[in-house]
Design a protein around this ligand. Structure first.
Ligand SMILES: Nc1ncnc2c1ncn2[C@@H]1O[C@H](COP(=O)(O)OP(=O)(O)OP(=O)(O)O)[C@@H](O)[C@H]1O
Ligand SMILES: [Mg+2]
Length: 289
């Protein structure tokens, strides 16, 4: 099988988006209900010297239902650790995490996770990958097919339904991973640098696609990134972490209207927020040295 050209996701043009007042806005979709409570979470790892290493120190944060929360911070500050704890893949040394009011005490289908590395099942087709969680839940076949179709369309991969993951580009694989997570109808979607391995153009396409999908699905998202432009483009709020020990330094509102478009990176509000985040990260790095 030859190399497949990646079809452009079905993003709406800037002009169409400006005219389309049926697209739900942030104000219309974000509720005041808290979907994720992280309460004074500490995470320690044992070391060979006998003293524990504190990866996260009394981290508290709250994410509202339907909110798109982004976490940025220096390498090693505990961003992935925080997501893994929320996913239930690890347990905090101290503190508590609740999703939709329930204490997290292990992995669960109500918390979807998309990683930077590609995690599709290579022996299943695109459709079968998206269908996987629904089969586990023993959902009847006709209902499964409907949901798979819906999400194939949402991520622009209808014509790739029967392909195997190895026939897909990186961006397409991550679109399948997003569709697979959303098909399970999670209470929260946890994304750890999902676009980190993509080239910058595909990455920007994926950001636009994710924003569209988020506006349709109204999911609560916690998204980790190193990329400050990506954080501002996607987020309702940006949680800036500091390192040694890992902690939340500051929470910033992104008061940039939806729908967000690529040209917004040049706007003064975008640039001043970027400057503020960079300065927080810079101060933290300076303190470390
Ligand atoms: N299983 C482990 N055992 C010991 N230390 C660990 C373990 N997992 C993570 N750490 C340490 O905890 C800290 C936080 O790691 P984590 O992977 O959460 O950082 P991160 O912010 O996601 O970094 P990056 O931006 O590089 O992905 C790091 O110092 C790391 O070395
Ligand atoms: Mg990480």
């Amino acid at each position: 099988m030859g190399q497949l050209a990646e079809p452009l996701p079905s993003t709406v043009s800037d002009e169409q988006q400006k005219q389309d007042n049926t697209t739900p806005t942030k104000e219309a979709t974000t509720s005041e209900k808290i979907q994720l409570h992280i309460d004074e979470v500490t995470l320690k790892f044992p070391t060979s010297t006998g003293t524990d290493f504190t990866a996260l120190d009394k981290v508290s944060m709250e994410v509202r239902e339907n909110e798109f929360a982004v976490i940025v911070g220096p390498s090693g500050c505990g961003k992935s650790s925080l997501l893994y704890l929320t996913a239930g893949l690890n347990s905090p040394t101290d503190g508590e995490i609740k999703v939709a009011g329930k204490v997290v005490d292990g992995p669960g289908a109500e918390r979807g996770m998309v990683f930077q590395s590609y995690t599709l099942f290579p022996w299943l087709t695109v459709s079968e990958n998206i269908e996987f969680g629904l089969k586990q839940k023993k959902m009847p076949a006709p209902e499964r097919k409907k949901i798979v179709q819906k999400y194939l369309k949402e991520v622009g991969l209808e014509s790739f339904a029967d392909r195997n993951p190895k026939q897909l580009s990186g961006g397409m694989k991550q679109r399948v991973a997003i569709a697979r997570s959303l098909a399970n109808d999670p209470e929260i979607l946890l994304m750890d640098e999902p676009f980190g391995a993509l080239d910058s153009q595909t990455r920007m396409q994926m950001q636009q696609l994710l924003l569209q999908v988020w506006e349709h699905s109204k999911k609560t998202v916690v998204f980790v990134t190193h990329d400050i432009d990506e954080a501002i483009m996607l987020g309702d709020r940006v949680f800036v972490m500091g390192a040694r020990p890992g902690r939340i330094q500051k929470v910033l509102d992104v008061n940039i209207p939806h729908p967000r478009t690529l040209d917004m990176v040049m706007e003064p509000d975008f640039i001043s927020l970027k400057r503020e985040i960079l300065s927080l990260l810079h101060d933290d790095l300076t303190e470390m040295h």
